[in-house]
Design a protein around this ligand. Structure first.
Ligand SMILES: Nc1ncnc2c1ncn2[C@@H]1O[C@H](COP(=O)(O)OP(=O)(O)OP(=O)(O)O)[C@@H](O)[C@H]1O
Length: 261
């Protein structure tokens, strides 16, 4: 479980602070998918990057609670320990040079390798198992650079999971996927969250999909976050207020947007 306590995320330039999201108190349960929603520029990437230590957190506490109920302050852990317990999948297209699919996934074992950096039998076993779990075994021998966006996404997810993280954070994982692949990815993430009992937090622009498939929502509006179950947020009008525009109106009954006529 991930708990944010009085978190502020943003940027500091030459001693001046630009707060993007403030006073965040939110929980992402384990065994579940939490979707972070918000309009363009609301601060989804800023918050996710700050939570996992990819940019400095302005204020607050980020607590990871393991399966035995032990708390750890995520950003106080050593980089190696943090890399073992969390995995991050970003939107940027990565340059994997001439690496094969399997070699990309093997990189996910890096936080566990000794000084020589050699994979053990257990590392190889986990790589094989994870590739199978994500139905990506047929991509193992292919050159990563020559694969489609959907196939790469699967391998990047395998790379993230092969480190057996407790927390998986994904920034717009469906950005380059077609509609069928987006639904498949959400279903896969749900299965992984439940099967492994891990905490999955992802940002997305797919509001309708998140309403149907996420267990919990974090919604950014006006620099603050509110959270809750999708049904609750639809029923109390929060989704309509955040995403409705002059031309798009949210229909709570169907959980979809339609063009205002
Ligand atoms: N390096 C930076 N320095 C200062 N401000 C930044 C920096 N990077 C992003 N921002 C600002 O932070 C705000 C939030 O950006 P962010 O990318 O986190 O939003 P987002 O919700 O992920 O947006 P989108 O949905 O468009 O991807 C924006 O106003 C952006 O201009």
């Amino acid at each position: 479980m991930l708990t944010l306590t009085d978190v502020a995320a943003g940027y500091r330039h030459r001693g001046r602070e630009r707060v993007i999201v403030d006073e965040v108190d939110a929980v992402a349960p384990s065994g579940a998918v939490t979707a972070l929603l918000g309009p363009n520029g609301a601060g989804k990437s800023t918050l996710l990057r700050s939570l996992v230590g990819l940019q400095p957190l302005l204020r607050g506490r980020v607590t990871l609670t393991d399966a035995r109920g032990r708390d750890a302050e995520l950003l106080q852990l050593s980089p190696r320990e943090r890399a073992r317990r969390t995995a991050v999948v970003l939107t940027e297209r990565i340059d994997a040079g001439l690496l094969t699919g399997r070699e990309v996934v093997e990189l996910g074992r890096h936080p566990y390798l000794g000084l020589i950096g050699r994979l053990t039998d257990r590392d190889r076993f986990l790589v094989g198992e994870t590739l199978a779990e994500l139905q990506a075994g047929d991509l193992a021998g292919e050159r990563f650079a020559e694969l489609s966006d959907g196939q790469r996404q699967r391998l990047l997810l395998a790379r993230a999971l092969v480190g057996e993280p407790e927390l998986l954070v994904l920034d717009e994982p469906s950005a380059f996927l077609d509609v069928g692949a987006r639904v498949d990815l959400m279903a896969l993430l749900r299965r992984i969250a439940r099967g492994r009992g891990i905490t999955v937090v992802l940002s997305t622009h797919e509001v309708e999909l998140a309403l149907r498939m996420a267990d919990r929502l974090w919604l950014i509006q006006d620099h603050r976050i509110t959270s809750g179950a999708p049904d609750t947020m639809v029923a109390d009008g929060r989704i309509a207020r955040t995403f409705g525009t002059r031309h798009a109106v949210f229909d709570a009954a169907s959980g979809t947007f339609r063009v205002r006529t």
